[in-house]
Write a protein of this length. Sequence first.
Length: 402
Amino acid sequence: MLKDCIYLDNNATTKIDPLVLEAMMPVLTDYYGNPSSMHTFGGQLGKSVKIARQQVANLIGADESEIVFTSCGTEGDNAAIRAALLAQPEKRHIITSQVEHAAVLNVCKQLETQGYQVTYLSVNNHGQIDLNELEASITGNTALVTVMYANNETGTIFPIEEIGAIVKEYGAIFHVDAVQAVGKVPLNMKTSTIDLLTMSGHKIHAPKGIGALYVRRGVRFRPFLIGGHQERGRRAGTENVPGIIALGKAAELELLHLEQTRTKTKQLRDRLEQNLLAKIPECQVNGDVKNRLPNTTNIGFKYIEGEAILLLLNKHGICASSGSACTSGSLEPSHVLRAMGLPYTTLHGSIRFSLSRYTTEAEIDQVIAVMPEIVEKLRALSPFKNDDAGWLQQQEQTLVNR
């Protein structure tokens, strides 16, 4: 086990903040009652859950009554999408984008088999959608527009409020997967056009297995899980009290550290990015460099495989990623980068570095020190660095046909 690794894969998951662990431990050991119980031993936990709900609400500028605790971002996305459709059974059209997380894309694909029409908005080479395409696609039959706030692979931030304004004109429900954005950019649901918003604890230094869904007051919501009365009837199942308290504490800390995340983390990200671009020829930043998360850079290194880069980084104790953790077992290139139209020579050699408030300057400097040598070594072994253009075109056409 690498305890002292340089961890730059924070968009996949984050370390638990020690203060978060401290807050949840008593509920795991001494105060283990069921908060729905009539007796004081269990019932006293209801107060702790209420505090945590308010802490989460404060982070996104919502009311505590609008927060529904879930098990993760995937459950939140599923619950939001299906609730929006159940509330409008007469409408059969959904709009999303080609670069969404699998928790949204795969639900939409399944819904297509059930008779729903789904429009997948394209993106340009910076990963941004075209608002004109959205306006041309949305109709009175559109039940839901579901898009991410920020892309998990490139960090590109969508123009959420502009999208929301269009959605509201047509009376559709607006769901935003904000799993990557929460804690990294300021959010205020009181002034937002967002109806439903998904977040996940393990992206903000809470443990895995806890998340939350914001449901704007007045939005009709049919529960995804049916059973008991928990979460005001919006999500059945015994409350994960340790996780909820942990998420509440993590939300409180993220709000406290938000400015640090937006400044210091961004400075370290830029230091890494600028040095790699200066020291390594034929590489590029993927995504919208003007509108992106402060902790994320996705860099494409031409003529080499991302998996090989990651293996050599791992030997140096450096953790990064070639895309979403949910697709790490696949040999297919990133659907996000493919949608952006990246050439084959860059597509396979793209690496995501995602930082957190725990990332240090010394760690960034170590990555800067080893990356040029890694890239040079792999390019020397590359079978297609100097291959003919016809072969590369053939590979790109293979991707198009998949």
